[in-house]
Structures are given as structure tokens and as C-alpha cells.
Design a protein around this ligand. Sequence first.
Ligand code: PMP
Length: 297
Amino acid sequence: YYNENTIIYLDGEFLKAASAQKDLYGQSLHYGYAVFEGLRAYKTAKGEVKIFKAKEHFDRLKRSCELIHIPYPFNNEELIAATYKMLEMNGMEEGYIRPLVFCPPNMTLKAATESNIMICAWEWGAYLGEKLLRVATSSYQRPNPKAFKIESKSAGLYVNSILASQEAKQKGYDEALLLDMNGNVAEGPGANIFFEKDGKIFTPPPGHILPGITRATVIELCHELGIPLEEKFFTIDELKQAESVFYCGTAAEVVGWDSLDGQGFSKPWASSLGKVLQQAYQARVLETEFKREAQLA
Ligand code: PMP
């Protein structure tokens, strides 16, 4: 993720990642009490470096902190400008960007009164790969919304994600699918889910998921392309009747599924609505034009 030349941003300064100090008494390290974001920078068709939906991501960082009472004395416009500068200092035109808000030394369980922010970036290909995913239903549920602010992208929440993806990989699958506390389909360890059935696209509503920014983009693209979309709760049995399924997230982008618990889907990915949305998403982040007719021809 970094080498001796990598520059990060820390509390208003740019410094070498290798020489940044690590505090072993922080509340964040001990209790998972920290908040993070994940963004991607793309080199657009015009040759510019653009961070996709930077404002939306930094606004979510702020909201995530507010939800779990971590102070956020930062200015998002300044942070976005600093992120562009950091990319330039590292000679990066594309890559994954990770802001992290963390808390200073404090061993109590009191809400933080101060916080720090660091931003780093590294080159990262499609997080879940380019191949269609073999997904397994997880024995782990997504956390109960009454036990946590699940809409906050909080570090501690990701132990659940690590357990679920480790279990799936141990069973020989590529990725996990987690249900919510009511037994409905929720999301992946780091991605939101959509499925296609009878010319329509479905996705779970907010409530038990991280409301993803890629998810919002896919919904926008459905509206723009005239693809009917419905947010509703659904079960694994209903998902198994889907014609095609995909995950989406900033790191994973749009990635189709091969199968769920070993059972495939009726439509080939190449002719699915998911594939249309995958191409439309690539066009959106690279700022190229996308014409659905041209794709289907
Ligand atoms: N759900 C979870 C649990 C995630 O970690 C992510 C990745 N941030 C997503 C969904 C997708 O969110 P986004 O599209 O904003 O990256």
C-alpha cells in the first residue's frame, strides 16, 4: 500500500507515510472507534484526474462521524483539494483513496472530544476482480440497526465484514452475501446488491445496509436509461429466482455474479441489465458518453 516515497495527508500536512507516527493508546485502535471512506480517482476520457463523487463521499464521512459522536472540525472543500494535491504529489492518476478519521489517546468509553484525519491512496484494481462472482450465503448477519449506527461507515463494523468474507473464502467461494436480522437479503461485506427479474431491477431499501454511493449512481443510471427499478426487501429464495445479480461499490465497481450457493442464474451476464449498468457505470466514471442502443446492437 505504501513505500518509502508515499506521501499521505495528516491533519493539514503532507508527510511520508513511512515516517508518520502511530499511537498505540488511541480509542480507535482499541475499540474500532473510527470512521473511514473509500473513493476512486479516474483518468477521464479527456485526460483529467477526477475523483468520482468526491463531495458525496466526504459528506458521508462527516455524517458517519456525527452518527457516532466523533468530532468533525474539518472543511470538506479543503479536504477534497488536499486529496487532489496528495494524488499529484504521489504521481497518481488513478487509484483508491482512503480518508480515516480517528481519535487520540483515551482508554475510556466516552465519546471523543477530538479527532484526527489522515488521507492516503494506493493503486487498486477492481476489488472483487473482473470475473463473475461465486457467492455464498453467510452464516453471519449484518449488525442489528438497534445495536449500532449501521449507516455510519465505522471501522468497528467491518469486523462483521471480515468474518463473512473469510467464511466464504474458507468454503471456496469468492464472496459472501449477508442477510439482515429479519432474514431478508442485505448486502455484501463491502458492496450493495441488485438483481434483475422480468425486465426490472431490485435492491434492498436503506435500513439494514450501508447506503452506497455506487448504489445511488446505479439507481440514477436506471432512471436515465429507462430501466424500471424498485427498492424492496426480498429473501434468498426470491434472489435464487433472479435472472442476473450484481454487487456494486466504489472498490468493486459493478461486478456480476456467477452463482449463489452453487446455483447459477437464467440469463447470461453478457445479455443482462447488470451488464448494461456495468458499462454505463464505467462510462459515468470516465466521463464518456453511453448509449444503450449502441450497446445492445
Ligand atoms: N456496503 C458496505 C458494507 C460497504 O463497505 C460498501 C463500500 N463502501 C458498500 C456497501 C458500497 O458503498 P459505496 O458504493 O459508497 O462504496
